[in-house]
Design a protein around this ligand. Structure first.
Ligand code: SF4
Ligand code: SF4
Length: 443
């Protein structure tokens, strides 16, 4: 019975890890569903192609070659190496040693590739850390990156460094034990990188090597389970959400704004005096008798794709670095718009967890997180949307919040209010009577 204790312990740790992860992912899905409905089920072929190109192929990442190529190496390496987790899990449950060794030459090829990739990931992660902390690239030091976002960015790099090191140490100790002909450690795999490390362990007793190999093995798999659960609390949730986010991205030409259905109906009624005002379709989300709310002042006024965007944001800051408003010293940072939306959404989710349903907490996305000053600084140029490596649109949230300010609070900047009054009264943005519009040509 005693010999099965590690197997039972392993199954327990795995079960708790996967259970906690599943619980949190269900919360993420529930929170995203708090958003309003939006049609994104059309054109499945193009959506699938976008997902393959942008999320899997990282096509937008490599537009900035240094960080892009490094990210591709770390991403592919990390994902492929984790294929070995499958073997680790089966070994952990059954108590076997390298169960896929029966694949022979192919197994040697796999392990050798994993080792080379592990080294590349390690190098890539060290360069990423240097760019953040030594070179101090400006986009990682913007005001919204203080505190947790900064620590989160570094923590994940430390995680990856530790996991890759443990992987290589585990293999190097295993290789030594295989060469010593230790019990249970049958010959399997090829180890181009561990071969270089393993002489460090020359002279160690068989028992010490077994302790080193087992410790690395356990820490490696426990580290992966912790990493998996850490994703929920981190911007690294994008590892998973980049796929649905790129699939459900907006396929309309950039710059094309969606019309508010209620406003479109009003305009139609104005243009057709014989129309029945009571025949106007009512929004699905609208309760009968309840007036339509125009625009968004809180996360539940946004649609579910915008909320998915918020959870997917990698906080890379490419949008902010390309934003003309930010570049000219305005308060706006599109990355902060996404981070604020996610923080507020999590806050709303926590209130639901605590009370069973949402209880107003006197706070909103508007003003408590995002100020009108930020919203009106946007030129709606679309640079942030164009550059985002995972198809996020900070602009769509900005537009919806501005709609709320204009249509619900009449709180547009005075220049804009003057222009809209002029359009209403004069049919043009200028403060002249329509009859005087061509006066300029007399001069
Ligand atoms: S659309 Fe607005 S937020 Fe986005 S880059 Fe342009 S000015 Fe900045
Ligand atoms: S919105 Fe896109 S570009 Fe901007 S920080 Fe998030 S992932 Fe990066």
């Amino acid at each position: 019975m005693l010999q099965y204790i590690p197997n039972i312990l392993f199954i327990l740790i795995l079960g708790v890890g996967i259970g906690y992860f599943t619980k949190n992912i269900r919360k993420v899905i529930r929170n995203i569903r708090l958003g309003k409905d939006v049609e994104r089920s059309n054109n499945k072929k193009e959506r699938f192609k976008n997902m393959l190109m942008i999320a899997l192929g990282q096509s937008k990442m490599v537009r900035r070659p240094i960080s892009g190529i490094l990210h591709v190496v770390v991403y592919i390496g990390f994902i492929i190496i984790n294929i070995e987790v499958l073997e680790i899990i089966i070994d952990g449950i059954l108590g076997t040693h390298r169960i896929f060794a029966f694949l022979g030459g192919f197994y040697d090829f796999l392990i050798a590739s994993f080792e080379v990739l592990a080294l590349l990931v390690l190098v890539g992660v060290i360069i990423f850390w240097t760019r953040r902390n030594i070179i101090k690239l400006k986009r990682f030091w913007n005001p919204e990156m203080k505190g947790w976002p900064k620590n989160d960015g570094n923590l994940i790099l430390y995680f990856e460094m530790i996991l890759m090191t443990l992987f290589l140490v585990m293999n190097a100790a295993d290789l030594q034990l295989q060469e010593l002909g230790a019990d249970h450690y049958s010959k399997a795999g090829a180890y181009p990188i561990s071969q270089i490390i393993s002489p460090l362990f020359n002279g160690m007793s068989e028992l010490s090597l077994i302790i080193l190999e087992r410790t690395s093995w356990w820490l490696h798999i426990i580290g992966i389970i912790i990493f998996l659960n850490y994703l929920y609390f981190s911007k690294h949730l994008h590892i998973l959400l980049a796929f649905p986010n790129t699939y459900y991205g907006d396929l309309n030409p950039k710059g094309e704004l969606d019309n508010l259905e209620a406003v479109t109906n009003e305009v139609k009624l104005m243009m057709d005096p014989s129309a029945d005002p009571f025949a106007a379709p009512v929004d699905d989300d609208q309760t009968e008798g309840e007036p339509e709310k125009f625009g968004a002042s809180d996360v539940t006024d946004l649609n579910w794709v915008q909320l998915l965007n918020a959870y997917t944001c990698t906080e890379c800051g490419r949008c902010t670095s390309e934003c003309p408003a930010n570049q000219t010293g305005k308060k706006l940072s599109p990355r902060k718009i996404m981070m604020d939306t996610r923080d507020r959404l999590k806050e709303v989710g926590d209130i639901i967890d605590k009370n069973g349903s949402f209880v107003p907490d006197g706070k909103e996305l508007l003003n408590d997180y995002i100020t009108p000053e930020e919203l009106w600084a946007c030129t709606s140029c679309n640079a942030c949307v164009e550059t985002c490596p995972v198809s996020i649109s900070p602009l769509s949230i900005i537009i919806d919040m501005r709609r709320y300010l204009v249509m619900e609070q009449s709180a547009a900047p005075s220049d804009l209010n003057n222009m809209m009054s002029n359009i209403e009264n004069n049919g043009a943005p200028w403060p002249f009577n329509q009859m005087d519009r061509l006066n300029w040509s007399d001069e």
